[in-house]
Write a protein that binds this ligand. Sequence first.
Ligand code: GLU
Length: 482
Amino acid sequence: MSVRVRIAPSPTGFFHIGTARTSLFNWLFARRHGGQFILRIEDTDRQRSKPEFEQQIMDAMTWLGLDWDEGPSTGGPHGPYRQSERDATYNPFIEQLIERGLAYRCDMTTTALDALREAQKARGETPRYDRRNRDKNLGPDIGDHVVRVKMPTEGAIVVDDLVKGPVTFDAEQLDDWIIRRSDGSPTYNFVVVVDDHLMNITHVIRGDDHLNNTPKQQVIYQLMGWDLPKFAHLPLILDYKGRKLSKRQNVIKTLVHEHREDGILAEALVNYLTRLGWAHGEMEEFSTDESAAVFTLEAINKTGARWDMDKLMWLNQRWIQRLPIDELAKRVQPFFEKAGVTVDERLPAVLTSLQERSQTLVDFVEKGRFYFIDDDAVEHDPAAVKKFLKVSTGPLLRALIAELEPLEDWTEDTIQAVVDRFLAEKELKLGKIAQPIRVSLTGSKIGPGLYETLVAIGKDHAIARLVRGAALCEARAQRNQA
Ligand code: GLU
């Protein structure tokens, strides 16, 4: 039987890194076994589900390269793939369970239920529904009611998990939970079983936080007489200190689009998530082709995986270094645009010069914006000006400009030859002139190699900026006189 797996996100918020990792592991497993990966939108919470979140989920998955074989917009033989469009599918199964005496209507009010729970708590018992209507066979005419499933009252329910091994749940701990609410809508634990069954899902790979739901779901499979899929529950993603990631924490960015906006490459984020709780020997760097070729559920760690931002940044830098310049240019362009910087034909040279030293796409903008701004818009760091654009530097810069201006072939070698000759004639060391040039060109005393910067800026712009640098030195001379 061919492997069929799914991701079933709820469109109630932005695409989370936890869901991204679960999607990725499902995707890798499907690719490894030549199977299918299905996207199913779990919009059972009608109030909180929003079409824009559904779109955002699909955009984020597409950006990550996690393509799906069947889904809401793609279609497929088992649709619809949005739960809100499947109400007609679920109800006959619920009616069937009632008819077979395996589920029942219950008209206990929430007020009565609350009172029961309070009394149980006061007696030190676990609060739960007491099954009072289990055997009354109440009909559809009782008014407001829910439908509950008859769970086993004793014995054990064992979830044979591919990651965790067998996990035993005591039947006594599980009450007759609701499969259909009083408004007629079926609940998650019920619809997920129906959908997974009808969509021929072979492996349910999902977050650890669903492990407690699995015994409930297994009972539905048994009552319906359906084969169980295999289950694999992924350990949670933890923060730096090993704590569960919570919505309140704001140290780790938990949304995929936040990383994208920070200039993380999709390849790097996917690589990072691949290694977050899964390993193949000592290997750290994986393309999805490489990891899909060796991916197994057995190699998933049993314990939670700690988020490590330094590692993500390291991987991002590695992936940036691998990108061909034209591809890098495509990825970087939107970041320049967002920063209001218009790039031009110098972009490839600029990127080449920054590629080794940039960890994110945003870095390229921060380090590269000075190339593209107007020459008279370069902002000079006052401390750098004070230190390097001194009164005595003005004449040196002027003399160097005069040497550089006639240069027709503007390359690192030709520029260096001019500078070397200039320094030799004046009996000066490069240190005397290097920082004044850099500060004039970039405004700052830190930057890439001097000659590559001169080349990447281009001759006319470089000369114009050197002239401004010289003028700054001269302005100081005037101020000193005044
Ligand atoms: N809608 C659930 C979630 O987003 C999916 C649970 C499952 O995979 O069964 O966590």
